[in-house]
Ligand binder design. Structure first.
Ligand SMILES: C[S@@+](CC[C@H](N)C(=O)[O-])C[C@H]1O[C@@H](n2cnc3c(N)ncnc32)[C@H](O)[C@@H]1O
Length: 218
């Protein structure tokens, strides 16, 4: 059993937010989406941000390794769903939403047909440094040219606490996505005063950033 599965079993899911992410609300329009477009949410957990995306008229496709998360997403939000099997993955499906239950690294482009955008909150930064290039390479492999990614990151002195969430700097974003993506930075602020856990741990700063990355090369 992975650490993530254990966290879901023990309900140790401190990253889960009970409100829609304010940066998603602020920067959603930068994705240039129209009603009916499809958005991919990697490592989606049971994020309420997926409800926001549905309310915006989008189709949502997520991937999440924990069945607990997928089940709780539908039951806590009182959404009807069915479960089927596809390519060895469990597929939870409701109106306008599909959550593939399994390992992100087993997804292939057929699972993400017509995806126009990606929303990454607490996904890249959930992974340790060694896994992040593998995550970005795989994401690049399964999305089409022109897809835009709204990426939310945190950066802080990594030596002052252990992740997750892990610190990801602007230069790391540039080097991870630099090859095939055009990168725009929308926000980069020190927000330590709104991060009581980091303050308690004696962390000096927490920079929150929002990027839009557009895949420009195949
Ligand atoms: C920090 S949480 C963030 C969840 C969600 N993005 C949010 O904002 O609430 C990371 C999630 O990724 C899932 N996860 C981690 N590695 C994964 C993988 N290789 N494939 C699928 N899900 C994974 C974990 O179970 C966990 O729910």
């Amino acid at each position: 059993m992975t650490d993530w599965h254990k966290r879901w079993e023990n309900n140790k899911i401190g990253w889960h937010a009970e409100q829609i992410n304010s940066q998603l609300i602020e920067y959603f329009s930068k994705l240039n989406l129209v009603t009916g477009d499809k958005i991919f949410v990697p490592l989606c957990g049971k994020s309420l941000d997926m409800l926001y995306l549905l309310q915006k008229g989008l189709k949502v496709v997520g991937v999440e390794m924990s069945e607990i998360a997928a089940e709780q997403f539908f039951s806590e939000n009182k959404l009807e769903y069915s479960v089927s099997k596809i390519d060895g993955l469990k597929l939870y499906e409701g109106k306008g939403i599909q959550i593939f239950c399994g390992d992100f690294f087993t997804l292939n482009p057929r699972h993400l047909v017509n995806v126009k955008a990606v929303y990454d909150r607490a996904s890249l930064i959930a992974l340790d440094k060694a896994l992040r290039p593998k995550y970005v390479n795989h994401l690049n492999d399964i999305i089409s040219k022109d897809v835009r990614i709204l990426l939310l990151t945190l950066n802080y002195p990594q030596h002052q606490r252990v992740g997750p969430p892990f610190a990801v700097s602007k230069s790391e974003v540039d080097s991870l996505y630099g090859g095939s993506f055009q990168c725009q930075e929308f926000e980069y602020i020190n927000d330590i005063e709104n991060e009581p856990m980091f303050l308690l741990e004696g962390v000096d700063f927490v920079e929150k950033a929002v990027y839009c990355l557009q895949k420009v090369r195949m």
